[in-house]
Design a protein around this ligand. Structure first.
Ligand code: HEM
Length: 338
């Protein structure tokens, strides 16, 4: 196993610059993105991805995460993948972009040979090869977005039109939402009800989505703290996760909380697809045990600063209200004992 991931360790050292504005030095056991600064930030936090930045990231969790995704898609295909009719060309845009991106950044793991409309794809990590006709849905085993989503750890969502309506998605690892709830809704309604404190940010985000230039990618992060590290937190799990939080709450003392909670970070990318003009929203979910992040005093200090300045309505939205007393006391004890 170790040999398989040698390339990853090497590669990661070279590519931390992607997260440089949001992350600090980390070891492989720490989150690769750490979007906590001096205080709660109410800006949308989008930054351009450069030519040398990856659109999709492959890390040491690749195999188990792809396996989990495929299991979910087998069990409940129409819950985890949905597409409105007549957006097939946007789905092919995603195939084009993602396969070229993977093979450009990791040619030893992924290779793509394009001969006219005949495409040959070799995923060396999964030991899978396929030849298909670009643009011909019948030549792939699933819809194009569903197929390409099974090659990457990211959730992939497509938005289209002036109001950025959600028209298709493969969404397995969402944090408290699902395609059933959001498909067919425009950007603004996707985010409703909007916590008043972030309303200016969401207005800016709406304009940003409208004016997104073609062929360019941007990225941002989102954070939350969870009582479970299960990747699939789609809405069907919300009742069970709420129950788990209620059950664990009495045990979340400053002594135990570090082993009970997980910091969950989403690296989100936003790309206007050059051919169809649709928008691809990619979400890569990273998570780590709170105690592991809090092993770094600088990270402890920054989490304490951000959590203690996050408006209560935002904490409620993120489902963190009940955790806060124990969480803040844990972080401040650790910070002061260093
Ligand atoms: C610049 C772009 C964007 C910004 C600034 C933004 C910002 C936010 C913020 C502030 C929240 C509140 C929750 C939190 O912070 O934890 C949120 C939640 C959410 N965002 Fe976005 N977002 C953006 C793009 C998108 C896109 C393109 C989608 C497409 C599907 C999306 C889907 C969602 C969903 C589904 C939620 C959860 C809503 C719910 O609880 O029902 N976001 N976003």
């Amino acid at each position: 196993m170790a040999r398989v991931w040698d390339w990853f360790v090497y590669d990661k050292a070279l590519t931390t610059s992607v997260g440089s504005c949001h992350s600090i030095h980390h070891t492989s056991k720490m989150l690769p993105y750490f979007p906590f600064g001096q205080q709660f930030n109410d800006k949308m936090g989008t930054a351009p991805l450069s030519e040398s930045d990856r659109l999709v990231e492959v890390d040491e969790h690749y195999l188990p995460e792809i396996d989990l995704k495929r299991q979910l898609l087998t069990e409940l295909p129409s819950y985890y993948f949905q597409a409105l009719p007549s957006y097939e060309s946007a789905q092919w845009d995603v195939v084009n972009l993602v396969l070229h991106n993977l093979s450009r950044f990791q040619p030893a793991q992924f290779s793509l040979r394009v001969e006219g409309d005949n495409w040959h794809w070799h995923n060396h990590l999964l030991h899978e090869e396929i030849t298909f006709t670009f643009g011909d849905g019948a030549s792939l085993p699933q819809a194009p977005l569903d197929w390409v989503g099974r090659q990457v750890q990211e959730d992939l969502v497509l938005l289209s039109g002036d109001d950025a309506t959600l028209v298709a998605g493969q969404l397995c690892f969402a944090n408290d939402w699902s395609l059933d709830e959001k498909i067919g809704l425009p950007f603004w309604q996707i985010h409703a009800p909007i916590v008043p404190i972030v309303e200016p940010m969401m207005q800016a985000a709406r304009k940003f989505m409208e004016r997104l230039p073609s062929g360019r990618s941007f990225w941002r992060t989102n954070w939350s703290v969870k009582v479970s590290d299960q990747l699939d937190m789609t809405s069907r799990h919300t009742p069970a996760l709420k129950q788990r939080l209620a059950d664990r709450l009495p045990y979340l003392t400053p002594e135990t909380i570090g082993q009970e909670l997980f910091v969950r970070i989403e690296r989100q990318t936003i790309t206007r697809l050059p051919q169809s003009g649709a928008i691809l929203f990619g979400i890569h979910t990273y998570q780590n045990l709170l105690a592991q992040e809090a092993a770094d005093p600088e990270r402890t200090r920054r989490m304490a600063q951000v959590f203690s300045t996050t408006p209560p309505a935002m904490l409620a939205y993120k489902g963190m209200t009940a955790l806060m007393p124990a969480l803040l006391s844990y972080l401040s004890d650790r910070h002061h004992s260093k």
